[in-house]
Every structure is written in structure tokens, then in C-alpha cells.
Ligand binder design. Sequence first.
Ligand SMILES: [Zn+2]
Length: 98
Amino acid sequence: MLSPSQPIRLAVEDKLAALRRLDRGRPWNSLDDQLYCTICKSVISGRQIEVVGGTNGLRALHLKCSTPGCLSTPADWILPVKSDTVREIDILFRDNGA
Ligand SMILES: [Zn+2]
């Protein structure tokens, strides 16, 4: 039996590829890209996001917020914005709303 939630250590390029594949809503230019987790109210970077899941390829993987106990998914992460916060978030939610 496989234990399903072991964080996996990946090389930088592999982690970036996993982020792009598993979180298609964002461009993921680098692991320094930051997101705001609406569940634990923290800003997390690609570096902090944990890739967890199976051992048989990227399809079995999923992404996890680095905050212990936070069960958010990529759908709960938004881009942190420095100004016009409300309007930007509103646009983001419209884009994701389908
Ligand atoms: Zn979180």
C-alpha cells in the first residue's frame, strides 16, 4: 500500500513543471511566484508549495499549501495584488467562474 501524502522532493525544473501541470490557472514563471492562500490567509511561494501524492508520475500528484493543517487546493489560491485588490480579485473569480 502506498501512503498518499508524502511530500516529494523535486528538482527546481521538475517542481515548476508539476506546478504548471497541476495548477493550470497560472503561468508559473518561477518558483518565486507568490500566491495568497484564502484558507490559511498566508502568502505562499512556489518554493513553499508542497508536491504530494503517488509515485507513478505527475498525474497522481497534487499540490499542497505549506501551512501545516491547511487543506486548501490550488482553487483556493489567488494572486496577491498590491493595489486595486477588490477589483483584481473580482476579475480573477470571474475568470475562474465557469
Ligand atoms: Zn493555506
